[in-house]
Design a protein around this ligand. Structure first.
Ligand SMILES: O=P(O)(O)OC[C@@H](O)[C@@H](O)c1c[nH]c2ccccc12
Length: 379
């Protein structure tokens, strides 16, 4: 007898129709994966409501990365092989740089030109110029996406962004630490990142499950800090158990990569209270663990809310890249002010939500937030 099962997503549940009848599982496939199930689940989803039958995005990534690792190991560059064997001292440059500045948050721009949910959304004329803008605007560090297929940027982009930072050696502040944002499943990839001079890597707990612990230790052994990206309480527990010193709470569903809680474009913040978004998870993070908010942070009010909730850092991709591209395309690269810089400075401003930008973009109260955002001084 052939046993046939069908899985269909209904709201937050998975409905299984099989020989045992109908059952509902209140979990996502990434949760299911975490608890040992190896099922890949065809689901009904998509903004357009179109029927798509495919495995989870993360499963697709895993398969692709496994091939990539095989090729890398067969052709390991000499520098990477050396680091893999001998290790390197971790100076915790990234961790030190993103530590919460008093009264504000640190901002880490994430460089990419594409996203799986958006396709190609920007054509960045010059990664090194954006890298310079990040430095000038007071970003704490920069993250560069190196998975070309998903994010459009690659190791060459990372080298350019890092090369620009190297020019600030001997200056104050010094070069910003550089993070490689990729889907790491094997220490050979970590060795490659370390050989390019990366100070940190992002490790996805949904992808790694309990092997997160070994990967955190490997990154440290090769001289890099690890930001462990989590999406729910179970993954947060894995990160803490792995000894992560930094966690990133990500606002993305790992089956679809869509934002779980997008910012309402009219309210300019979430349409539900922050505690009801994935960012409410910050309350569960133990004291002493650095916590970054990731995904969909595109408004000053959002950044300031996250700061007030206890986040120490935000990682911002799309909003900063779009701003940067707009300016680079319309004026000289050397323009003293550009949209990306303005955003970074506004996110970091110490203004209070009460006096900050209103939902319509004008300012509440005395415009305290406006002055801070624009870097003005009141006497
Ligand atoms: O571009 P954004 O919305 O500012 O997000 C940055 C980053 O956190 C986000 O790209 C991200 C975090 N984790 C992911 C996993 C898959 C895809 C994307 C992500």
């Amino acid at each position: 007898m052939v046993l046939a099962y069908a899985f269909v997503q209904v709201g937050q549940c998975f409905m299984s129709v099989g020989p045992a009848g109908m059952r509902f599982f209140p979990m996502s496939t990434s949760d299911a994966r975490l608890f040992g199930s190896s099922m890949t689940t065809p689901t009904l989803r998509g903004r357009s409501g179109a029927l798509s039958c495919r495995s989870s995005m993360l499963e697709q990534v895993r398969e692709r990365k496994m091939k990539e690792v095989e090729e890398l190991k067969a052709n390991m560059p000499e520098d990477a092989a050396k680091i893999l064997e001998k290790g390197a001292t971790n100076k915790n440059r990234y961790l030190k740089a993103v530590k919460k500045p008093k009264g504000t948050i640190s901002v880490v721009p994430q460089i990419k030109t594409k996203a799986p949910t958006l396709g190609s959304f920007a054509s960045l004329p010059a990664v090194d110029v954006l890298s310079a803008h990040c430095y000038e605007a007071g970003a704490a560090a920069i993250a560069v996406c190196t998975d070309k297929e998903f994010y459009g940027t690659d190791w060459e982009s990372l080298k350019k962004a890092a090369g620009q930072q190297a020019r600030y050696k001997g200056k104050f502040p010094g070069p910003l630490p550089v993070m490689a944002y990729d889907f790491f499943i094997d220490e050979a990839q970590l060795a490659l990142a370390a050989s390019y001079g990366c100070d940190a890597v992002c490790l996805n707990a949904a992808l790694l499950g309990t092997s997160t612990k070994d990967m955190v230790a490997s990154a440290d052994r090769m001289g890099m800090d690890a930001l462990v990206e989590v999406h729910n309480k179970a993954e947060l527990d894995i990160a803490i158990e792995a000894g992560a010193k930094m966690v990133g709470i990500s606002n993305r569903d790992m089956d679809t990569f869509q934002l779980k809680h997008p910012v309402d474009y009219q309210l300019r913040t979430w349409s539900v209270p922050v505690e009801e978004t994935v960012f409410g998870l910050v309350k569960e993070v133990p004291e002493g663990v650095h916590v970054t908010a990731m995904g969909g942070c595109n408004e000053t009010l959002v950044a300031w809310t996250l700061r007030d909730e206890g986040y120490s850092s935000i990682m911002v991709g799309e909003a900063i890249i779009r701003g940067s591209e707009m300016r680079m395309a319309s004026s000289a690269y050397s323009a003293a002010y550009n949209e990306a810089k303005g955003l970074i400075m506004a996110f970091k401003a110490k203004g209070s939500k009460k006096y900050g930008p209103s939902a319509t973009g004008s300012f509440f109260g005395k415009g305290e937030g406006a002055k801070e955002s624009l870097g003005m001084m009141s006497i």
